[in-house]
Design a protein around this ligand. Structure first.
Ligand SMILES: NC(=O)c1ccc[n+]([C@@H]2O[C@H](COP(=O)([O-])OP(=O)(O)OC[C@H]3O[C@@H](n4cnc5c(N)ncnc54)[C@H](O)[C@@H]3O)[C@@H](O)[C@H]2O)c1
Length: 281
């Protein structure tokens, strides 16, 4: 008999998820716990991860919340030591903390459409651009420095980064976020190569367009009909729909499963209802 490759069982694995106080990574943290893992949920927002951890424990699974800034190496190392003593060495690291910032976003898609008072390319604030690059790139690099040490020592482990559709071809209005996620995809390949001889695999997911509380008002009018931007997204998406947060889980589990994805390292998996595959024609 063959040993079938997909079991979805992370029993005993220690999974560290950064950004777990947020929508997508909170769902990933819950799912890993439900699949048997001992989950360390990290976020800048302590309240949100403690709430999540309490909910997960109430369901009978293992999850601890930790306050951690992914840009603070010292704090990350302190949390790393705490997790070692609470749960054990890290087997799987999900680098989920990330995002955009309005200071690095233009109001218009095209410069020639800019009107008086709107924020254009020339008004982008260097500090905003810096914030977005730091959060997404350094916010992936620093937790990897903290937690991949456990994996190197034990000659096994898995790192999963969170890239985005904008990493392939930039989306209008968000040059810094697009560039920073392109850097995350690039860094995923770098890490995969660098750690290839140590038993550590490193991959990423590139989520497509999801409806979240933050972007709902950009995608839908108050009466629920799609906005112009929403229509553009849907017409560029072969499956003609948005992606649901829970639809990321299959790809996440697959890439983090040492058996199912044993020879897969350095890939960025689009989970995008076909967006990246379609030229628009
Ligand atoms: N939502 C989408 O449509 C989408 C699409 C593609 C990629 N992504 C990426 O998925 C990831 C999660 O996105 P989300 O939509 O769940 O966002 P979210 O804003 O709901 O969650 C992000 C979390 O990161 C935390 N965070 C921010 N700065 C931090 C820091 N310095 N240290 C530690 N934690 C910090 C926030 O407190 C928040 O809880 C991000 O990397 C995002 O860029 C999201």
């Amino acid at each position: 008999m063959l040993e079938l490759p997909l079991k979805i069982d992370f029993t005993g694995k220690v999974v560290v998820v950064t950004g777990a106080g947020g929508v997508l990574c909170g769902t990933m943290a819950k799912a890993f716990a439900q699949a048997g893992a001992k989950v360390a949920a990290l976020d800048l927002n302590q309240e949100s991860v403690e709430k999540l951890a309490a909910e997960v424990r109430e369901e009978g699974y293992i999850c601890q919340g930790y306050k951690a800034n992914v840009l603070d190496a010292e704090e990350l190392e302190a949390v790393h030591q705490q997790i070692l003593s609470d749960l054990g060495p890290c087997d799987i690291l999900v680098n989920g903390a990330g995002g955009n910032n309005p200071r690095a976003t233009t109001d218009n898609e095209y410069h020639h459409e800019k009107t008086e008072g709107q924020k254009g390319f020339f008004d982008l604030e260097p500090s905003g651009v810096d914030f977005v690059f730091k959060l997404n790139f350094q916010g992936t690099l620093l937790p990897t420095q903290a937690f991949a040490k456990d994996m190197v020592e034990r000659k096994s482990g898995c790192i999963l980064n969170v890239s985005s559709m904008n990493a392939y071809i930039p989306l209008t209005k968000i040059p810094a976020y697009s560039g920073a996620k392109a850097a995350v995809s690039n860094f995923t390949q770098w890490l995969a190569t660098h750690f290839a001889g140590t038993g550590i695999r490193c991959n990423a997911i590139a989520p497509g367009f999801l409806v979240s509380n933050q972007n709902r008002s950009l995608l839908f009018q108050e009466d629920g009909t799609p906005t112009a931007r929403s229509n553009k997204i849907l017409s560029g998406t072969p499956m003609k729909r948005f992606v649901e947060g829970e639809e990321l889980l299959g790809g996440v589990f697959f890439l983090c499963d040492d058996q199912a994805a044993s020879a897969i390292t350095g890939v960025v998996l689009p989970i995008d209802a076909g967006f990246a595959a379609y030229s628009g024609v």
